[in-house]
Design a protein around this ligand. Sequence first.
Ligand SMILES: Cc1cc2nc3c(=O)[nH]c(=O)nc-3n(C[C@H](O)[C@H](O)[C@H](O)COP(=O)(O)OP(=O)(O)OC[C@H]3O[C@@H](n4cnc5c(N)ncnc54)[C@H](O)[C@@H]3O)c2cc1C
Length: 202
Amino acid sequence: MTRPAFGGNTIATIAIPDFRPQMATVRPGVMQKLPRNREAKAEIIDFDAHLEKNNRYVEILDVVKKVSDYVDIQDAKILVSGGRGMQNKENYEKYLRPLANLLGGQVSSSRAGVDQFGIPKELQVGQTGKTVRPKLYIACGISGAIQHLAGMEESDLIIAINKDETAPIFDVADYGIVGDLFQIIPILTKMVEQELAKKAES
Ligand SMILES: Cc1cc2nc3c(=O)[nH]c(=O)nc-3n(C[C@H](O)[C@H](O)[C@H](O)COP(=O)(O)OP(=O)(O)OC[C@H]3O[C@@H](n4cnc5c(N)ncnc54)[C@H](O)[C@@H]3O)c2cc1C
């Protein structure tokens, strides 16, 4: 197994050669879903747990419903994600939101965006955020720290925009654009808009 250790500062490989069975848990989004197999059959074993009727094994004291204002980024097929390079929260709305809306996706963030600009924690991708596996992940002004990569590197297609050509995000990116995101994102948004208009015409 490979898992973060020492508060996420290192990744440890754990081998358990001697003991069986072994058990491990994985976070949602880590594994790719297999297509449904309708032919599969499972053995049904009747098991008597000796539960008695009307016995109160669980007592519900209160039901607290937390309603989130945000769509779960783990369900999004396309994520346009921002990091410290976005400079402030307003720029997420000004630059990332229009592109995400055009593509039918959601906005997400690195932890720097959450800690520094007040982006909601629910939108954080990474080891202490959410693990995502969208079809397209556009990383804007995100350096690609190991804790961030842990949450998004299994995305189908990764596009990184960063002014630093040595940023580690480019190691996992399928396409990289080196330059100022404040110039690149509006151009990209315009291009997507034009392509969508062309498609709608034809
Ligand atoms: C225990 C632990 C858990 C953590 N969990 C997480 C987690 O869940 N998720 C997470 O994201 N991080 C997590 N971190 C933090 C992580 O180590 C990094 O600090 C964080 O990911 C950095 O965020 P960032 O890439 O947005 O910022 P930075 O590393 O500061 O990168 C900003 C990038 O923006 C680029 N940039 C700046 N201006 C522009 C511009 N105008 N145009 C283009 N590019 C520009 C820079 O070149 C730079 O590469 C964790 C850390 C620890 C220790």
